[in-house]
Design a protein around this ligand. Sequence first.
Ligand SMILES: Nc1nc(=O)c2c([nH]1)NC[C@@H]1CN(c3ccc(C(=O)N[C@@H](CCC(=O)O)C(=O)O)cc3)CN21
Ligand SMILES: CC(C)C(=O)C(=O)O
Ligand SMILES: [Mg+2]
Length: 271
Amino acid sequence: MSVHSEIKKITTETLRKMKFDKEKITMLTAYDFTTAKMVDAGGVDSILIGDSAANVMAGFETTLPITLDQMIYHTQCVVRGVERALVVADLPFGTYQSNPEKALESAVRMMKEGGAHSIKIEGGIEIEDSIRKIVNAGIPVMGHLGLTPQSIYKFGTYKVRAKEDAEAEKLISDAKLLEELGCFALVLEKIPADLAKKVSESISIPTIGIGAGPDCDGQVLVYHDMVGMNQGFSPKFLRRYLDLYTEITGAISHYVKDVKSADFPNKSESY
Ligand SMILES: Nc1nc(=O)c2c([nH]1)NC[C@@H]1CN(c3ccc(C(=O)N[C@@H](CCC(=O)O)C(=O)O)cc3)CN21
Ligand SMILES: CC(C)C(=O)C(=O)O
Ligand SMILES: [Mg+2]
C-alpha cells in the first residue's frame, strides 16, 4: 500500500457504518477502465461489474450467456480505473448455483484474477451453501433478492416481484438468512417500496435498491441507463441524467459531415 495514497477507500465496513449513520449508499455499474474512472471520480461509493454487461456490452437479450472469463476481463478493466469505490463483481449464471465447491472456485477466480473486492450472487435459501462456503473463505458477498434476472426463464417476465404475501414472506426470510450467513449487503430489485422498507428496517446490513423505492439504504442503476445511452430500456424506476444517445449520435454525424466536406482535418490539425 502506498504511503502517498490520500484517498480513503470504501470498504464493506464503510457501507455498514453508512447504514448505521443513515447516510445513503450510491452504486453504479461499470464494465471498462475509462468509465470506471469517471464513475469513481463522480463519487459513487461502490462500483458493480454487473452481468448486465451481457446486455449493454455484448448485446444479448438476457444476462445468461456471459461467462466467468468475460466477467473477469470486465472486472480487471474496471479495477484499474478505481481509486476509491468498493468494487463488487457479479458471478454469472451457472458459476455458483447448486454447487458450493464450484461457487467458491468461481468467487476465488473473480477475486484473484479479476481483482474484485467482493462478489454478488442472486438468490436466497436456494444458494445458502454456496454463500456459506464463499463467506467462510473470507470473500465478502453481496446478496441479490426480488427480481433476479438470471432466473428469467423460471419466471418468464421482468414484472415487479413479491407482490403476493407468500413471495413477500419468503423474501423477508431470505433477507434475514443472507444477513445471518454474513453477507455484507444485498440488492433488492423491482419489489414494492413498502416491502423494501420493511426488509431494510428488519436487517442490520445495507439494502441497495433498484426499483425498490426510497427507503433502501442505497440505490444502484446501470451506467448506460442513467446517462441515457440505452434508449430501448425505460422501466419506471429509471431516472436518466443525460441523453447521451442523442449527444453521441449527433457528434458522430457532425464528424461524418466534416470529413465528407473536407473540413476535417484543417491546417492546424495537420503536420
Ligand atoms: N441495461 C440494463 N439495465 C438494468 O437495470 C438491467 C440490465 N440491463 N440487465 C440485467 C438486469 C435486468 N433488469 C431489468 C430488466 C427489465 C426490467 C423491466 O422493468 N422491464 C420492463 C417491464 C417488463 C414487464 O413488466 O414485464 C420495462 O418496463 O422496461 C427491469 C429490470 C435490471 N438489470
Ligand atoms: C442491476 C444490477 C443490480 C445488476 O445486477 C447488474 O447490473 O447486473
Ligand atoms: Mg446482475
